[in-house]
Structures are given as structure tokens and as C-alpha cells.
Design a binder for this molecule. Structure first.
Ligand code: F6P
Length: 344
């Protein structure tokens, strides 16, 4: 057997740990592994697959990014590309393919599996918004980065008696904002699941100040909706091949800081954490979880269970259909949102 591995979509710390697990499990069975370069681009184009020698994965457990490279190329978007993927899988001699990705990458994997191709998935996205699985590779590392940033921003906001607006990633869900804000002691957390008005935020900050809290940390998710700010949906947006707006170009954090300073008279500044949330070494949790699901994905291939994906369920690894995992986005529930409000 020759097994292919592909990493697609946004990179995340932990991808290399999962690749390492697949390669080492395969090595134990004498199975050759080939890496597909740059996500689905590496199968839309020919000759983009190379053997991964087991020695190559030595030392990558703690390395961020992906040794294979990634892209946001979407074979479902252009005519003939799905056929090209199937042709190039055969040309590369791939008997099976493990795809590590979020909803975009896995929606292509699902479509291929529906066509009878031997594909399994691995849940990866710092957004942590896939269904069925309780965890996605990259989320814990992103939350750790947000937490460390909020710890640092507390001291400078306190020194200057300022409102510090912190914009974080998460696309259309607020998991990174909510969990990072909870861990970092944010004084308000704004997430896409629960739209708020600018006036509500301003009133909250004034109330804090009247209680002697002369600085505030406001975490805002890049995809949040705030009444009273520019309606981004009404504006033409740059989009990627999966149709996602490039939310980093909305500048909601900067807009909110400016609007809050005008509304309250309090000095306000913005910090956009951006791509630091996907950079650097994976946390121990991401290394462990990536290892567990990478190994489980190999077992699914060994058992011929295509169209399936290992998922976190409690302390264990369960198996689900890729179709169920990408069926919709898992959104922040009201009970967690209300818990965060206790600490504002
Ligand atoms: O899906 C992960 C993610 O980091 C989102 O949180 C973010 O909105 C998006 O990727 C950014 O996409 P790109 O890396 O293409 O700019």
C-alpha cells in the first residue's frame, strides 16, 4: 500500500505532530507514505507528491506549520478539478488518502469519498467549529497565544488607563474569542453568535469606570457583528476559493476602538493578534491530540473505513462520518457565553 497525506486550509500548530503519527504507524506496518504538497493544489496539479521518509518526521512533533505546505485551492470550484484529483491520486499510486483540514478541506474529502475514493479525514482548525468532534487540532495553541497576549495587554492597559480592544480569529464562530477571553480575564467578549450594539459596550465600559476599574480589555472576534459600526456585509469583500471573506481585512478591532473612544472619551487602542494565533510550536495538548487522531486516521485506512474521521468524544477517540462533521458550524452555546459575562 502507498498512503497519501494532505494538509489543507489554514495551517495550525499540531499538523506536523499528526503527520508524524501517521508516518510512524505506517512504518510499523511497512506501509509507504507520500506527502501531497500544498493541500488540494497538490492533487489538482500532477507530480506534486513525494515520499516521506520516517526519518523526516523525527523532530517535527514540536514544530508549527506543516512540512507539506498547504493552500486554499478548492477542486470543487473549477470544472474538471475533481477528476484531476482522482487521476493524480492514481498516477501517484495512492491507495488511500488522509486529509487534515477544517470544513473547507474536509468538504472536498467528503465529496471524493462520495465518489468512492479511499479518503479519510482528520479534524484541524484553530476555529474549533467542526461538528461532532469536541476538539480540532490547533485550537488549544491558539487559545494559549490569546491568553498570553491578554496577560501582557493587562499591564499596559492598566498603566495607561486605557480600553484595549483585542481582535482575534475564528472566522464565523467565537470559540477562540470566548475561551481566550475567559482564560485571559477579558472584561467583555464580542462573538458572532451573539451580536451586540456599540452603545451596549460603551455603557458597560462606563459602568466599569464608575466602579473604579479604569482600564478594560475587550476581546472581539473578527467575524462579530456590532450594531453602530460599518455593516461589512453591505460592502464588496475579497473572498477565497471557498467563498470566505478575508475577515482580517474588515478591521473590526480598529473600528471598534475608534468608535469606543469617540463614544466614551476613554483612550482606546487596538491589538490585532492575526496570524500569531496559528504560529509557533503546538501546546502539549495539541501535540497529544494530533498524535491520537493521526494514529486513529491511519487505523481507519487500515480497516478500509473511508469517508470516516476520528473525533474527540470525552476522553476518547470515536469515529464519525466526514459528512456529519462538515454538516454545519458548531457555534458557541449561550451557557458558555453567559458564564463569561459573570466576570465582566
Ligand atoms: O480557518 C482558520 C482561519 O485562521 C480563520 O480563523 C481565519 O479567518 C482564516 O483562517 C484566515 O484565512 P487565511 O489564512 O486564508 O487568511
Amino acid at each position: 500500500m502507498r498512503l497519501g497525506v494532505l494538509t489543507g486550509g489554514g495551517d495550525a500548530p499540531g499538523l506536523n505532530a499528526a503527520i508524524r503519527a501517521v508516518v510512524r504507524k505506517a512504518q510499523a506496518d511497512g506501509v509507504a507514505v507520500a506527502g501531497v504538497r500544498n493541500g488540494w493544489a497538490g492533487l489538482v496539479e500532477p507530480n506534486q507528491t513525494r515520499a516521506i521518509d520516517p526519518h523526516e518526521v523525527s523532530g517535527i512533533l514540536a514544530v508549527g506549520g506543516t512540512i507539506l505546505g498547504t493552500s486554499r485551492v478548492n477542486p470543487l470550484k473549477s470544472a474538471g478539478s475533481m477528476e484531476a484529483v482522482a487521476t493524480n491520486m492514481r498516477a501517484a499510486g495512492l491507495d488511500a488518502l488522509i486529509t487534515l483540514g477544517g470544513d473547507d478541506t474536509l468538504s472536498v474529502a467528503r465529496a471524493l469519498a462520495d465518489r468512492g475514493l479511499p479518503v479519510v479525514g482528520v479534524p484541524k482548525t484553530m476555529d474549533n467549529d467542526l461538528q461532532v468532534t469536541e476538539y480540532c487540532i490547533g485550537f488549544d495553541s491558539a487559545v494559549a497565544i490569546v491568553t498570553e497576549a491578554l496577560d501582557r495587554l493587562h499591564t499596559t492597559a492598566a498603566a495607561h488607563h486605557r480600553v484595549m480592544v483585542v481582535e482575534v480569529m475564528g472566522r464565523d464562530t467565537g470559540w477562540v474569542a470566548l475561551m481566550g477571553g475567559l482564560a485571559g480575564g477579558a472584561d467583555m467578549i464580542v462573538v458572532p453568535e451573539f451580536p451586540v450594539e456599540l452603545a451596549q459596550i460603551a455603557t458597560h465600559l462606563r459602568g466599569r469606570r464608575s466602579r473604579g476599574r479604569d482600564f478594560s480589555i475587550v476581546v472581539v472576534a473578527e467575524g462579530a457583528t456590532i450594531g453602530g459600526l460599518t455593516d461589512f456585509e453591505a460592502e464588496p469583500q475579497a473572498r477565497d476559493q471557498f467563498g470566505h471573506a478575508l475577515l482580517s481585512r474588515r478591521g473590526i478591532g480598529a473600528q471598534l476602538a475608534e468608535a469606543l473612544e469617540a463614544a466614551t472619551g476613554f483612550e482606546a487602542r487596538v491589538t490585532v493578534l492575526g496570524y500569531t494565533q496559528r504560529g509557533g510550536a503546538p501546546t502539549a495538548y495539541d501535540r497529544i491530540w494530533a498524535t491520537r487522531v493521526g494514529a486513529a486516521a491511519y487505523d481507519l485506512v487500515k480497516e478500509g473505513r473511508y469517508g470516516k474521521i476520528p473525533v474527540k468524544k470525552g476522553d476518547g477517540v470515536d469515529v464519525a462520518d466526514i459528512a456529519d462533521v462538515v454538516s454545519s458550524q458548531r457555534r458557541v452555546p449561550s451557557d458558555l457565553y453567559e458564564l463569561a459575562r459573570v466576570f465582566y
